[in-house]
Design a protein around this ligand. Structure first.
Ligand SMILES: [Zn+2]
Length: 472
C-alpha cells in the first residue's frame, strides 16, 4: 500500500520533472521555474502523503497500474487534482476538470500536469491548431479537460475552451471515444444581455474621461444628446465633476460585447448638483429619458428652429396694407438667408415631406399624439429627410428657401395641436411626458433598484466593466 503510494508520488515527481522539461522546451525563459510546480509539490507535502523524503539513490518502483493523475481515487490524487484544477463539474456522465492557464504557462504544460500522455497531447494540439493557436492561449484562459469514467479510472477524452463567442471542443473520435484520434467541433454561443456599470470623474473633457474607462462611444452620444436639453457641456461641466453610467449590451461571460449598447441610467454632477437620467419604455417600441421625479428630460419645442433669424411676420390676423382685407397668418415667418439650416423643433417622425402648393418644399414632423410642427418654403430637404424618418430635436431637416408662394427667402413655421395651427409664441406646448399615479410609483420602485444594481455592480466587479446578468 505504502509502496504503491510512494510509486505514485515518484511517478508524479517524474511528471513534474518532465513538465519542467516540456516547459523549458516551450518557454523562452529557461531559467524561470514555474511557481506552479513548487505549489503542487508543497500541497502534496502539506497533505502529509509523502511518508519520507525520497533519496537520490532510492530505487524507483513505478507500477504500470497507477491510475492517471486525473482521478480522485485517493487523497494523493485528490491533492494533485486540487492543485491543478480550479473545479470539477459532471455533465452528461462526463467529468469536466476546469483549469486556468497561469502566467508563463502553456496549455501543454498544464496538460502534462494533468497526467495526459504525450501522444494524446500532441493529437489534441493538432486538432486545436487550425482554430486556435495553442501558443496564443493567454493567461487566465479557462480550459475544461474532459474525462470519461472507465471502471475506477478516468480516461482523457478531450477538452473544451471558449474563443470569444465560439466554443471549441476537441473530442476523441470513435465509438465512446475509443480511437486515438481527435477532432475539433465549433459552436457559436448566443451572448446574453448584461449590464455594465461605470463611475468616474471628469478630467479635461467628459468625452475623454468616459472613453478612457471604457464607456462605449454610442452610449456617450446618447448621454450628450439627452443631457443637451438641460446642460451646456462647454460651460457647465468642469474638471472633477463626477459621472455614472449604467448600460446594457450583449456580452459573453467574460465581458466581451457585441451589438448595440443601451443606456439605462446616467448621472452627471453639474455645479454641485446631481442630474440623473433614466430610460423608460413608452408605448409602442419607443423610449424616453426621465429625471428622478418621473418627468421627461425632453424640453418643449425649440422657439426658433434656425439660427440668426428674425421674425418678419407673427401669428394672427394680418391686414394687407393695400388690398385692405384681413387674412389669418397661421404661422411665424423667420427671415433668413437662403440655405440657412432648419432644425427639427423637437424629436419625432416626419409625416410629410413634399412639394405642397403654396407652401413650396414642406416638411411636417409629428412629435407625439397631439403636436406636430411644419416648415415651409424650403430650398431643399436635409439629407435622408423623407416621410417616416425619425428625427431628434436639432436635426437639420432642410434649408431656408423661397419655394411656393413666397416673396423672398424665409421659413414659414407652424405648430399644430390636434392638427390645428396655434401661436407658438406664448403657448407652452408640453412635449415630454410626465409620469403619475401607478406609473410614477412603479418608476420610483424601478429607479431605486437601478441604483442598488449600479452600486452592486461597481462594488462586485474586479473589472468595473464586468456586470451581472440583468435579472430584472
Ligand atoms: Zn408665413
Amino acid at each position: 500500500m505504502v509502496l504503491s503510494r510512494v510509486g505514485s508520488v515518484l511517478l508524479i515527481l517524474l511528471s513534474l520533472m518532465s513538465f519542467g522539461l516540456v516547459y523549458a522546451l516551450n518557454a523562452n525563459e529557461k531559467d524561470e521555474k514555474p511557481a506552479f510546480v513548487t505549489s503542487v509539490v508543497n500541497q502534496i507535502l502539506q497533505a502529509g502523503i509523502i511518508p519520507a523524503p525520497v533519496k537520490d539513490d532510492q530505487t524507483l518502483v513505478v507500477s504500470s497500474s497507477v491510475a492517471p493523475i486525473a482521478s480522485d481515487a485517493d487523497p494523493l490524487h485528490q491533492a494533485i487534482n486540487a492543485a491543478i484544477f480550479k473545479r470539477v463539474e459532471e455533465r452528461d456522465g462526463q467529468l469536466r476538470r476546469i483549469l486556468v492557464i497561469g502566467r508563463g504557462e502553456t496549455l501543454t504544460t498544464r496538460l502534462v500536469m494533468a497526467g495526459i500522455s504525450r501522444t494524446e497531447i500532441l493529437a489534441t494540439l493538432e486538432a486545436l491548431r487550425p482554430h486556435i493557436n495553442p501558443r496564443k492561449i493567454r493567461d487566465g484562459q479557462e480550459v475544461a479537460v474532459l474525462f470519461a469514467r472507465d471502471g475506477g479510472q478516468e480516461r482523457y477524452t478531450g477538452l473544451e475552451l471558449h474563443d470569444g463567442f465560439t466554443v471549441v471542443t476537441i473530442a476523441r473520435t470513435g465509438v465512446n471515444g475509443a480511437a486515438n484520434n481527435f477532432q475539433a467541433a465549433l459552436k457559436i454561443i448566443a451572448p446574453e444581455k448584461r449590464r455594465f456599470a461605470m463611475r468616474g470623474a471628469v478630467k479635461d473633457s467628459l468625452y475623454d474621461s468616459c472613453i478612457k474607462i471604457g464607456v462605449p462611444a454610442s452610449i456617450l452620444a446618447t448621454m450628450i444628446k439627452t443631457y443637451s436639453y438641460n446642460i451646456d457641456f462647454q460651460r457647465d461641466v468642469k474638471d472633477g465633476d463626477r459621472f455614472e453610467v449604467l448600460y446594457e449590451q450583449l456580452a459573453d461571460a467574460e465581458g466581451r460585447t457585441t451589438g448595440e449598447a443601451t443606456l439605462i441610467y446616467a448621472a452627471l454632477q453639474v455645479e454641485g448638483k446631481i442630474v440623473p437620467i433614466y430610460r423608460v419604455a413608452t408605448s409602442g417600441n419607443g423610449y424616453e429619458y426621465f429625471d428622478a421625479k418621473g418627468e421627461s428630460i425632453r424640453k418643449g419645442l425649440l422657439r426658433t428652429p434656425l439660427e440668426g433669424a428674425r421674425i418678419t411676420s407673427g401669428f394672427g390676423m394680418r391686414m394687407h396694407p393695400i388690398m385692405g382685407y384681413n387674412r389669418m397668418h397661421k404661422g411665424i415667418d423667420f427671415g433668413a438667408p437662403s440655405g440657412t439650416p432648419i432644425y427639427a423643433a423637437g424629436a419625432g417622425i416626419i409625416e410629410e415631406a413634399q412639394r405642397k402648393s403654396g407652401y413650396g418644399f414642406y416638411i411636417r414632423v409629428r412629435h407625439n399624439g397631439k403636436v406636430s410642427t411644419a416648415y415651409a418654403h424650403m430650398s431643399r430637404f436635409g439629407r435622408g429627410m423623407t416621410r417616416g424618418t425619425r428625427v431628434a430635436q436639432g436635426d437639420v431637416i432642410g434649408y431656408v428657401g423661397s419655394t411656393g408662394e413666397s416673396t423672398g427667402p424665409h421659413l414659414h413655421y407652424e405648430v399644430l395641436v390636434d392638427n390645428d395651427q396655434v401661436n407658438p409664441i406664448g403657448v407652452n406646448v408640453a412635449m415630454g411626458a410626465s409620469l403619475g399615479g401607478k406609473q410614477l410609483a412603479s418608476f420610483q420602485d424601478w429607479r431605486n433598484k437601478v441604483h442598488t444594481q449600479f452600486e452592486q455592480l461597481v462594488a462586485s466587479a474586479s473589472d468595473p466593466r464586468l456586470a451581472q446578468n440583468d435579472k430584472r
